[in-house]
Unconditional design. Structure first.
Length: 298
C-alpha cells in the first residue's frame, strides 16, 4: 500500500540534527552525510508537509513555528523507533527487557528502593522503568508490569494490592512559628498546596472532620506529589500527601505534621500485569520479587 504522507526516517533524522545544531553543515558532520544531502532531506520534508521548517536568515537557520511543532512530533517518532529497536535486539536473547510503568513519586519513593538486589538475583533481566500518570493500553505500549493507584482493576490484567494510603498535611517546621494550629481550619491561614492528580484532596480531608471552607481548592497546583512535597519543604505552604511518600522527610525533621488527622483513601496502590503473561519468566520473577518485599513488611 502506498503511503505518500509517510516521511523517511532519514528525513526525520536530518531534520532533528539540523534543528539541534541550527546548521545543515554541522548536522551533516554528525550524520556522516554531505551538507547537500541533509538540505535535500529537509526540503523533501517541507514539500511533503507543505510548510517551511526553517527560515534562512543571513546564512543561519531558525526554526519556524511550524518547524517547532513538527520537531516535537518527529522526536517522539525517532525515540519510539529507537526503543522498539532496542527491544527487538534483546528479544529472545540471553538477556531480556522488562518494561515497568509507575507513578512518578511512587516509583521514586517506594519502588526504586525495593529494587536493590534484583539485578544480582536476575542478571538476565534488564529493567526499563518509565513514568506514567494517566491510564494507557499496556499491550499497545508494550508494558509488562504497571504500578497504579485506583480501585484494583486494570483491563485484562492480574492485580496485586501493594499498600493502602493515608493522607496527612505536612509543612516546614518554621511555618508553625508564624501560625498556631488549634483546629483543622487554622491550616487555611497557610497556603494550601494543591496536587493536580488529587484536586479534591483538601476538600475531602476537611469534610471528613466535618469542616468546610471555601479555600479547599485555592493555592498553587503541582503536577506530582514530589513537587508538592518539595514546595512544602521549601516553606511555600502546607501539602496534603500520602504519609509513606513524606516519611523520610518527617523522620529527618525536614517536614512536620501540623494537624494529626489522617484521611484513609478509598483507593490503594496496585501492581498489575497482563493475564496471558502470568507465567512468562521475566514477569514472574519481577512479580515474585515485589511480592516478597510486600510480605516482609506485613
Amino acid at each position: 500500500m502506498s503511503r505518500p504522507h509517510l516521511p523517511s526516517l532519514a528525513g526525520l533524522q536530518c531534520f532533528d540534527a539540523a534543528a539541534r545544531h541550527l546548521s545543515f553543515t554541522r548536522a551533516a558532520d554528525e550524520l556522516s552525510l554531505t551538507q547537500s544531502a541533509v538540505s535535500k532531506q529537509v526540503a523533501q520534508l517541507e514539500s511533503m508537509l507543505q510548510h517551511p521548517l526553517f527560515r534562512r536568515v543571513r546564512r543561519r537557520l531558525h526554526l519556524t513555528p511550524e518547524g517547532a511543532v513538527y520537531l516535537n512530533e518527529a522526536r517522539k517518532i525517532l525515540a519510539h523507533v529507537e526503543m522498539s529497536t532496542r527491544y527487538m535486539q534483546s528479544y529472545g536473547g540471553k538477556s531480556d527487557v522488562l518494561n515497568v510503568a509507575t507513578l512518578p513519586t511512587f516509583g521514586a519513593r517506594w519502588l526504586i528502593p525495593r529494587l536493590n538486589g534484583f539485578r544480582y538475583r536476575h542478571p538476565d533481566i534488564n529493567l526499563n522503568i518509565v513514568n506514567r500518570s494517566e491510564p494507557f493500553d499496556m499491550e499497545e505500549e508494550r508494558v509488562e508490569v504497571v504500578f497504579f493507584f485506583g480501585h484494583g482493576a486494570w483491563p485484562r490484567t492480574e492485580c496485586i494490592k501493594i499498600l493502602d494510603e493515608e493522607m496527612v498535611p505536612v509543612c516546614a517546621p518554621a511555618i508553625l512559628d508564624e501560625v498556631a494550629i488549634d483546629e483543622p481550619l487554622d491550616l487555611t491561614r497557610l497556603v494550601l498546596l494543591q496536587s493536580a492528580t488529587r484536586p479534591e484532596a483538601w476538600h475531602d480531608w476537611f469534610e471528613a472532620q466535618q469542616q468546610y471552607t471555601e479555600h479547599s481548592y485555592h493555592g498553587p497546583r503541582f503536577d506530582s506529589f514530589y513537587m508538592a512535597l518539595r514546595a512544602a519543604q521549601a516553606g511555600c505552604g502546607v501539602a496534603l500527601l500520602p504519609h509513606f511518600l513524606a516519611q523520610e522527610e518527617l523522620e529527618e525533621g525536614k517536614l512536620v505534621i501540623p494537624w494529626g488527622f489522617r484521611l484513609k483513601s478509598r483507593d490503594a496502590y496496585y501492581m498489575a500485569y497482563p493475564e496471558h503473561m502470568a507465567e512468562v519468566g521475566k514477569v514472574r520473577s519481577f512479580v515474585d520479587w515485589i511480592h516478597d518485599k510486600i510480605q516482609r513488611v506485613q
